[in-house]
Design a protein around this ligand. Structure first.
Ligand SMILES: NC(=O)c1ccc[n+]([C@@H]2O[C@H](COP(=O)([O-])OP(=O)(O)OC[C@H]3O[C@@H](n4cnc5c(N)ncnc54)[C@H](OP(=O)(O)O)[C@@H]3O)[C@@H](O)[C@H]2O)c1
Length: 250
């Protein structure tokens, strides 16, 4: 995507994508590369990062760097030290997360072990990622964090996913308030079902859903400060028909 002068929107800018090996992460990485960014794609597995590099090799004019690091690990200082060589970041996208297993369990049947495991993988990891990555951003940079729409609605038989999404949303909105406009900008995108390669492979797909590439384009424009939604810290991208909104759809 070009700006009004014909330059690629993100050329000369560096964006970390945390969780780049995931379905949403790989699609967002692809479009950020197409927008000209240097993308530092992080994940916990060298093998999955190599798979991402192969997938994204013809993506466009940006530069892909893969970096194996667990941004969800508790030692944020060491995560920061490992990523500090890229200089002050223009953008960071946090698309890590855990959907839980395929089985659906009611709250009353959920074990304490299952509870603790989901809190660790889908909430504590995000707290650590926010703590590690936010200080790496330049003052006019932008952090984009994703949470599912189950943050807003009852989510029967997947209540731990809903509860952690609601807590993530709260965490990010408090971070925005704590930064109080001093920068970097922080965006919480509340997303509906998203078209990704892994989901399509299991038959979960719909042309009415936003795609991971749509999210990447949107995030790129927010990072560049080139979006009509630049001033909105909380945004809802639930379906294409709803568009981008600042309040949840009815
Ligand atoms: N896809 C959708 O339709 C949809 C809808 C609503 C919300 N979401 C949310 O959006 C996020 C991404 O979705 P997705 O479909 O891309 O999921 P995904 O394909 O499972 O990818 C998630 C990625 O996050 C990383 N990750 C998982 N747990 C982590 C942890 N504890 N610490 C650090 N990294 C971790 C994994 O990378 P490595 O293992 O390689 O490090 C994985 O590749 C999830 O939080 C999901 O709940 C997705």
């Amino acid at each position: 995507m070009n700006d009004i002068r014909g330059n690629l929107l993100l050329s000369g800018r560096t964006v970390v994508v945390a969780g780049a090996t995931g379905g949403i992460g790989e699609g967002m990485t692809l479009t950020l590369l197409r927008q000209g960014a240097t993308v530092v794609a992080t994940g916990r597995s060298e093998e999955r990062l190599a798979g991402l590099a192969a997938y994204a090799k013809d993506a466009g004019s940006g530069t892909l760097v893969t970096h194996a690091v667990d941004v969800g690990a508790p030692d944020s200082e060491s995560v920061r030290a490992r990523l500090s060589g890229y200089g002050a970041l223009d953008g960071a996208v946090i698309t890590i997360g855990d959907w839980g297993g395929p089985e659906r369990t009611g709250i009353l049947d959920t074990t304490t072990t299952e509870w603790q495991s989901m809190i660790a993988s889908n909430l504590t990891s995000h707290f650590h990622a926010l703590r590690a990555l936010t200080p790496l951003l330049s003052r006019d940079g932008a952090l984009v964090h994703l949470s599912g729409f189950s943050a807003e609605i009852p989510y029967p038989f997947s209540a731990l996913v809903g509860a952690t999404n609601a807590a993530k949303k709260s965490l990010v909105s408090s971070l925005t308030a704590e930064l109080n406009g001093a920068g970097p900008r922080v965006y919480e995108l509340i997303i509906g079902p998203i078209r990704t390669r892994p989901r399509a492979a299991i038959g979960a797909d719909s042309p009415g859903w936003f795609s991971a590439e749509d999210l990447g384009r949107h995030a790129g424009r927010l990072i560049a400060g080139d979006s009509p939604h630049t001033a909105a810290p909380l945004q809802y991208l639930i379906t294409r028909a709803h568009g981008v909104r600042t309040t949840p759809p009815e």
